[in-house]
Design a binder for this molecule. Structure first.
Ligand SMILES: [Fe+2]
Length: 225
């Protein structure tokens, strides 16, 4: 089984899509606070997707592009389409926030929902394609060490704030076992402060029973040693 460089970050993005989708379904566009909250939510979600596409364009695709330029070209075109969809979505969301009449707000609310679904469907398919096609090419041309090196380069290109936001969504989208395995790798390879920050985020983001299971998983064996 080769390393899937997209696995955790795509789970984070999907979690953000799904949670925002549910919140959007529940939003009453006539309620100012609810409308404001969902517009803010959609805006930060789109920002994360845009940043992620930029990382792929600059740090992942070039690795494949030197061997398979036409594949990379097709994926870059998908990112352009993705950006068009996200711009449409945030524009509509912003308009919905500027309307006065109650029935217009409701009408625009359903236009926003349609636009959101379009964005969601496109991105679910796009991410699945990346995990299939781009991964297979990475695996063909690069060793495990080289793929991990690409990932390290990505992490060090990010601000601590962006790393923290993505980590939060990863935690919300990963299984307990996946979190335990991830934390063990970080504990082994990253500075102590990185692990401590991640641990604090887990304490904040995970429900108590899940957090407890993660601690159990991390300390398993340690007590006996
Ligand atoms: Fe992408």
């Amino acid at each position: 089984m080769r390393y899937n460089i997209f696995y955790r970050v795509h789970k984070a993005l999907r979690t953000m899509l799904y949670e925002t989708a549910i919140k959007l379904q529940r939003t009453d566009f006539n309620n100012e606070d609810e409308a404001k909250a969902i517009i803010q939510n959609i805006t930060s979600m789109v920002d994360l997707f845009d940043k992620h596409a930029y990382v792929e364009d600059t740090l992942v695709f070039p690795a494949v592009g030197q061997y398979e330029p036409s594949v990379v070209d097709a994926f870059e075109k998908e990112h352009v389409k993705d950006h068009e969809l996200s711009q449409k979505l945030i524009t509509l969301a912003a308009i919905s926030g500027s309307l006065e009449a109650a029935d217009e707000k409701i009408q625009l609310g359903s236009v926003v929902r349609k636009s959101f679904v379009e964005f969601l469907v496109f991105n679910l398919e796009h991410m699945a394609k990346e995990e299939h096609i781009i991964n297979n090419l990475l695996w063909r041309y690069y060793s495990e060490e080289e793929i991990h090196a690409i990932e390290q380069k990505i992490i060090s290109s990010q601000t601590p704030e962006s790393v923290a936001i993505v980590a939060k969504w990863m935690l919300r989208g990963l299984s307990n076992q996946e979190i335990i395995r991830w934390f063990k790798t970080v504990e082994k390879n990253a500075p102590e402060s990185v692990f401590n920050n991640l641990f604090k985020t887990a304490e904040k983001e995970l429900p108590h029973d899940r957090f407890y299971k993660v601690i159990e998983g991390l300390t398993e064996g340690v007590m006996l040693a």
